[in-house]
Write a protein that binds this ligand. Structure first.
Ligand SMILES: *[C@@H]1O[C@H](CO)[C@@H](O)[C@H](O)[C@H]1NC(C)=O
Ligand SMILES: *[C@@H]1O[C@H](CO)[C@@H](O)[C@H](O)[C@H]1NC(C)=O
Ligand SMILES: *[C@@H]1O[C@H](CO)[C@@H](O)[C@H](O)[C@H]1NC(C)=O
Ligand SMILES: *[C@@H]1O[C@H](CO)[C@@H](O)[C@H](O)[C@H]1NC(C)=O
Ligand SMILES: *[C@@H]1O[C@H](CO)[C@@H](O)[C@H](O)[C@H]1NC(C)=O
Length: 290
């Protein structure tokens, strides 16, 4: 027979066990708490601490956040398709809806084994993109996870890789350049076949004998102002978004360290900048002028 104290012990142990399971479930389900699959659920594998996006001849796949956000800092870790990834594109981006949408893109363009990935970034404001930059990376993005961040405030949109700024799209409203600030954006990830343009301008096609192609995402960190679809405002504590750390006046301009990193990235890793493409833009776009 169990003494009362023993039975208490048993029930408190059971309670702790229950709590542990509960906490485990909660921490293992942060993907599904914030995101849902929005394309080909059978190609997205939720392993709890990470998700795998797969691409084969049948389909690619993708996910999106359940909520939309207006300003903030979003980061996640990705391990890109390894080996022969030519023709594939893995994307991490934010976007609002509709033809006049705003969008901030990270697109990882695959390549043949041993050839470097390119990271293409783009910024759409009010439906107009055509602001591509392309960079190589200073590491192999397929052997390990690396952190990719979108920092979006009233001063700039910053694209960061492992904390190093890859690109800064500054707010130049004073020079009559539109800036993304009125439309809440969702957060998205996807993997798809883009062999008509992605690798060496579309010359290298996807080699389907290497399918399925897999990109792994984890450590989703959404530090952003949630937007209420009901009344079209940011929710509760975020009602004054400029109070938030990513938007404090100290964020105006880059630190000396960040400026140096950005300069280094431009010198060593920038391979294409629309601002310098005089064939596409005989007149440089307004935001490219200092
Ligand atoms: C945004 O684009 C729409 C057309 O898609 C246009 O009517 C509107 O004037 C544009 N807004 C601004 C601020 O330029
Ligand atoms: C793929 O590798 C080739 C050869 O190094 C390079 O020219 C190209 O920029 C790389 N990336 C893509 C996406 O084509
Ligand atoms: C596709 O990959 C297979 C297996 O590695 C290889 O034998 C074949 O030559 C590749 N095809 C092309 C067009 O490169
Ligand atoms: C869930 O959150 C924990 C703690 O922040 C993090 O370590 C883990 O990577 C996250 N899981 C996913 C799938 O993002
Ligand atoms: C807007 O709606 C959200 C719920 O979606 C609520 O929390 C918030 O208080 C509302 N704000 C205003 C100004 O009504």
């Amino acid at each position: 027979m169990m003494s009362p104290s023993n039975s208490n012990l048993t029930s408190s142990t059971a309670f702790l066990l229950y709590l542990a399971i509960l906490l485990n479930v909660v921490s293992a389900h942060n993907f599904s708490k914030l995101f849902q699959c929005n394309w080909a659920p059978d190609h997205l594998v939720d392993e709890g601490d990470q998700i795998k996006l797969t691409l084969d001849t049948a389909s690619g796949c993708g996910f999106g956040s359940k909520r939309k956000y207006l300003f903030g800092k979003i980061s996640l870790e990705i391990k890109l398709v390894e080996g022969d990834s030519a023709g594939t594109v893995t994307a991490f981006y934010m976007s609002s809806d509709g033809p006049s949408h705003d969008e901030l893109d990270f697109e990882f363009l695959g390549n043949l084994s041993g050839d470097p990935y390119l990271v293409q970034t783009n910024v759409y404001v009010n439906g107009t993109g055509d602001r591509e930059q392309r960079h190589t990376l200073w590491f192999d993005p397929t052997t390990d996870f690396h952190t990719y961040t979108l920092l979006w405030n009233h001063y700039y949109v910053m694209f960061l890789v492992d904390g190093v700024p890859l690109r800064v799209f500054a707010n130049k409203e004073e020079a009559n350049v539109l800036y993304p600030k009125n439309q809440a954006m969702g957060i998205y990830g996807s993997l798809w076949n883009a062999d008509d343009w992605a690798t060496q301008g579309g010359m290298v096609k996807t080699n389907w004998s290497h399918a399925p192609f897999v990109s792994t995402f984890r450590s989703f960190k959404v530090d952003a102002c949630e937007f209420s679809p009901e009344n079209g405002t940011v929710i509760g504590k975020c009602s004054n978004v400029r109070q938030y750390h990513w938007d404090k006046s100290a964020m105006n301009g880059l630190s000396k360290h960040k400026s140096q990193q950005l300069k280094w990235v431009r010198e060593k890793h920038l391979v294409y900048d629309y601002c310098e493409d005089t064939v596409r833009f005989p007149e440089p776009p307004k935001e490219c002028l200092n």
